[in-house]
Write a new protein. Structure first.
Length: 461
């Protein structure tokens, strides 16, 4: 994988289609149900806030286990594409069951099993793409953007399904909300179908065999790299940032519900476009993400990784500010300000999470990249989600008075946390010019393994 765009060969049409479809399905599977989990469990299953918080937390267990299982397997023993295929077929079967499980314990157990199977695939799809792309800066953005498109398509699709199939006319708002919450069970069924399709498709992805030259643990090699800068600061900052990120996914749907339920004026137009339930409206963030990811190849050549990461952290703070204080704006500006806050997701994801995965890939040797990606995935969708879910639940409790949520108090906490992270990043993350950031240790190590890489890539690099 070259970081010199001028010398790297063009991305072939066949590989472009394979990797783009992989990303589309990978994130469509997740996006079908994740934004709707809270309203489904609360409005239909009747679970308490603490029980729902446990569901979000248990869903992160897979990300913690993934680096010690999936990364080691993919880096040492098993073709990545075959591991992905088996995982997604099993995951599709499991997530389908979540639509019909009614008890807290059964839902918790199946959520844990699904997490153990699905979570590792998030980092492994990144690793597989990085392995085959001729130039990460030039090519990864236009591949990964299809994951965002997949999230948007299923989000709007489910929103429209709820609007037309599970929104009875002529009933009270409470009855309509209950009907929509019951209809959200279909999101798990859609996710299951997509998972099985993805599993079959993975067996037709480019062969990505494990690196067999090194005999030591891939996890050990990845941990050695993480102990050094800039990965040390990046991994430490990623924990609180992922907690801030979790506030968005836990509380945004009910927050938006108070606006969508008005069903008059501008919001009525919005509902007709994106559907109801909150998930469709939240896809505005993924739409903005597409624009940001499309610009990343240009930004990655002109700006340092540190600058891009800081922009992403600042966007987290701004989003929480708009959510906290937007409802205090003049009435005509409230919804546009909230939508702007949703759109900040593009900068949050593109400039922090996306660029962070690039940094991890650049700073690690070729034979431990999958494990390093899994370790970073552990932080983003593992530790961060568990800690963030607990914090988000606690802050929600102290922000609720007489069963009414004080969203200004709720969203102010992650706003200040993001600002603190921005200061720490500025002080601790090393300054590197764009050229230096693009030519990390991983490229040097990859050059040493050029013969084996070429063979394993089947001529794609």
């Amino acid at each position: 994988m070259s970081s010199d765009t001028s010398s790297a060969k063009p991305l072939s049409g066949g590989l472009n289609f394979q990797l783009s479809t992989m990303m589309f399905l990978q994130y469509a599977i997740w996006g079908a149900w994740l934004p709707l989990l809270w309203p489904f469990l609360s409005g239909h299953r009747g679970f308490s806030p603490s029980e729902i918080g446990n569901m979000f937390a248990i869903g992160a267990v897979g990300a913690i286990v993934a680096p010690f299982i999936a990364g080691q397997i993919a880096d040492r023993w098993f073709n990545t594409e075959k591991f992905l295929g088996i995982s997604h077929i099993l995951g599709g079967i499991l997530v389908w069951q979540l639509a019909s499980l009614e008890t807290y314990n059964s839902f918790l157990v199946f959520s844990l099993l699904y997490s153990l199977i699905y979570s590792p695939t998030l980092s492994l799809t990144n690793s597989l793409a990085f392995h085959h792309l001729p130039d990460r800066d030039r090519d990864f953005g236009k591949i990964r953007v299809w994951g965002t498109i997949g999230w948007i398509v299923v989000g709007i699709g489910i929103g429209q399904w709820l609007l037309h199939q599970h929104t009875p006319i002529g009933l009270e708002a409470e009855a309509v909300s209950a009907a929509q919450a019951a209809g959200m069970a279909d999101a798990f069924k859609l996710s299951g179908l997509l998972g099985i399709v993805m599993g079959i498709f993975c067996f037709f992805l480019p062969s990505t065999p494990p690196a067999k030259e090194e005999k030591k643990s891939a996890i050990g090699g990845a941990l050695d790299a993480i102990r050094l800068q800039p990965l040390l600061t990046l991994f430490l900052i990623a924990v609180p940032i992922s907690c801030v990120h979790q506030f968005y996914f836990v509380h945004t749907a009910p927050f938006l519900g108070q606006f969508q339920n008005q069903a008059e004026g501008f919001i009525d137009i919005v509902n007709k476009i994106v559907g109801v339930g909150g998930g469709g409206l939240m896809t505005i963030g993924q739409m903005a993400e597409i624009g940001v990811l499309a610009m990343i190849p240009l930004f990655a050549k002109k700006y340092s990784r540190k600058a891009l990461l800081c922009v992403g952290i600042a966007a987290y703070a701004l989003r929480m500010f708009l959510f906290a204080y937007g409802p205090n704006f003049p009435e005509t500006l409230q919804l546009p300000v909230i939508i702007l806050g949703i759109a900040m997701h593009g900068l949050c994801f593109g400039c922090f999470i996306f660029v962070a995965f690039m940094v991890v890939d650049e700073e690690c040797a070729a034979d431990v990249r999958a494990s390093a990606q899994s370790l970073f995935n552990l932080v983003i969708v593992g530790i961060g989600i568990i800690v963030g879910s607990k914090i988000a639940g606690y802050v929600a409790e102290i922000s609720t008075v007489n069963e009414v949520m004080n969203y200004q108090k709720l969203f102010s906490v992650p706003m200040w946390a993001a600002l603190a992270c921005l200061v720490i990043m500025q002080l601790c993350y090393p300054n590197k010019p764009p050229a230096t950031a693009a030519d990390g240790p991983s490229d040097k190590d990859a050059d040493l393994d050029i013969d084996s890489d070429a063979a394993s890539n089947n001529g794609d690099e």
